[in-house]
Design a binder for this molecule. Structure first.
Ligand SMILES: Cc1cc2nc3c(=O)[nH]c(=O)nc-3n(C[C@H](O)[C@H](O)[C@H](O)COP(=O)(O)O)c2cc1C
Length: 515
């Protein structure tokens, strides 16, 4: 068997890769892809042939740079080529050229993120049966969570996520928090709480809870629904959750327990697990205390992804809404985490209000950007620009009229299916309120919809009766400014304020060593 055949047929051991390797490859962590390339002889083979190695992308330059550094492939790629527009024609023209034998194309799906069993099978299949030169671009895949929509109770329900997915193909969508107890006690009624359409991937389920048995059972029950990641809520300050419930942000005070919970969750799912937290609680708000939390949770559990809502929580009785406004944002803590935990993945959250701000956070090195309120209140401007601005896709030309037409099919197929008029037309129209934010006719349309709820029986009839309030020019124009170049300095200044580097306390290190 020559080198090329060895490379092409792959290695049976690939099929028995352990979960950690799979997760590592999925998010490009731990240099696992590099090891994979090396163990298969790809690096050496490519170098021996004297081939030039280029990473070719249509994403913003910061994306491949970040990915390549996470994969520890900096010395492998000689150049990064960033192109505007779709890559497929370029790939096809290379494959159709008269020297296909010297052009081997390794699609980004293998490098940057695969998260379905189907794709994993495809990977193994390609390893076994295909020449690398025969790999095709555009296989079903999810790009990494460079942009995600935050979990928001009563907002990011199935209806909102259905609409969001019609606007952005690539954004990762989080469910609203579901208490583990709700899942366990509603075992007979799970579709209502956990069901979602296959078109909605990638979707992350956020669970809340502090009872290990219920967390285990809830994760197990959720696993057949095919979520792409399971996230534990360690950031909710609501008295119902953090007070009586003793979960949400109060879990940040007990990192050992969070690690235990994450082990329990991970043991009951085969998808990655993550934690969403604040940067502190009340006076436990120093950077070192945040690092202790991250260090303990990541070193004692398989958690490799943390979403950092970059303000602390106050448990002094202020409302959850005020807890999202009053404590100041400290992005410098977030960027310091990137510096101090280079092997982990961190998503920045809190106060990011536009796509330009999301891109600015990314340009400053954020692994992922999570947007909450703005993605709900101004969904069109936010989500409509995600695929182009964050993921480098070409403009789709999508209009709001097209979104509404597709959403109408969904809405009329689900209205009232749970009996007792649930979901109601009101539930189904609610996610659309952010679609016309700031547009002429928005207020009138909402008022018309409000009165139409009383007599309309279908979503279609409600829209027919009300949509004339929105001008055709609004309904039929694609999202504006897909390649905006607005420069935002919001995050650059935080990088000048970084706290001193974290050092693990010696006794903690010892405790962990002997744990
Ligand atoms: C209505 C609402 C409900 C929320 N529910 C949750 C939740 O269920 N789980 C959670 O982790 N955070 C929840 N959050 C917090 C958001 O996920 C996010 O962390 C916060 O709004 C800050 O991001 P933003 O400034 O982009 O909105 C909620 C926020 C809002 C506005």
């Amino acid at each position: 068997m020559n080198d090329r055949e060895r490379l092409i047929t792959g290695d049976d051991q690939e099929e028995e890769e352990d979960d950690e390797e799979e997760a590592g490859r999925r998010y490009g962590g731990h240099g696992s892809f590099r090891r994979l390339l090396e163990s298969n002889g790809v690096c050496k083979w490519v170098e021996d042939l004297g081939l030039k190695r280029a990473a070719v992308t249509n994403a913003p330059r910061s994306n491949p740079e970040l990915l390549i550094s996470m994969l520890k492939l900096q010395d492998f790629f000689e150049v990064i080529l960033t192109l505007k527009g779709p890559l497929r024609p370029i790939v096809l023209s290379i494959k159709g050229s008269n020297q296909p034998q010297i052009c081997y194309i390794l699609p980004s799906s293998l490098v940057c993120g695969i998260s379905t069993t189907k794709s994993r099978k495809l990977y193994t299949y390609n390893q076994k049966h295909q020449r690398l030169s025969n790999f095709t671009m555009g296989v079903e895949q999810y790009l990494p969570p460079w942009f995600s929509v935050a979990p928001m109770m009563e907002w990011t329900d199935n209806h909102y996520r259905t609409m969001a997915r019609l606007i952005s193909k690539h954004a990762w969508l989080y469910t609203e928090m579901l208490a583990a107890e709700t899942i366990v006690y509603q075992e007979k009624n799970l579709d209502r709480f956990l069901g979602f359409s296959p078109d909605q991937h990638p979707v992350v389920l956020q669970i809340g809870g502090s009872n290990l048995e219920n967390l285990a059972k809830a994760t197990q029950l959720a696993s057949s629904y095919g979520y792409d990641e399971i996230n534990l809520n360690c950031g909710c300050p609501s008295p119902k959750v953090a007070g009586h419930g003793c979960f949400g942000v109060s879990l940040m005070l007990d990192p050992e327990f969070v690690a235990e919970a994450m082990n329990v969750i991970a043991a009951n799912t085969d998808v990655p697990v993550s934690v969403k937290c604040r940067i502190g609680v009340d006076d436990r708000d120093s950077y070192n205390e945040l690092c202790d939390f991250i260090y303990k949770v990541s070193s004692q559990s398989p958690t490799r992804h943390f979403i950092i809502h970059s303000r602390k929580a106050l448990l002094n009785g202020i409302s959850p809404a005020d807890n999202r406004k009053i404590p100041p944002l400290k992005y410098e803590y977030y960027y310091a985490l990137l510096r101090d935990f280079p092997d982990l993945r961190f998503t920045i959250n809190g106060g990011i209000n536009s796509i330009d701000e999301a891109r600015a956070a990314q340009n400053e090195g954020a692994h992922g950007v999570m947007v909450g309120r703005a993605a709900y209140n101004n969904s069109w401007a936010l989500l409509g620009n995600v695929d182009t601005t964050i993921y480098g896709a070409p403009p789709s030309g999508l209009t709001r009229r097209q979104v509404l037409e597709k959403y109408q099919v969904y809405a009329d197929s689900v209205v009232g299916i749970y009996g007792n008029n649930k979901p109601s037309l009101r539930d189904l129209v609610k996610p659309l309120y952010g679609l016309f934010w700031g547009e002429h006719g928005n207020g009138v349309w909402k008022r018309k919809a409000d009165s139409a709820f009383h007599h309309c029986k279908t979503f279609k009839s409600l829209m027919e009766e009300t949509i004339m309030a929105i001008p055709d020019s609004v309904l039929d124009s694609p999202v504006v400014d897909p390649y905006s170049t607005t420069c935002i300095d919001k995050f650059a200044s935080s990088k000048n304020l970084l706290p001193p580097p974290y050092t693990v306390k010696e006794e903690e290190e010892e405790q962990l060593l002997y744990a």
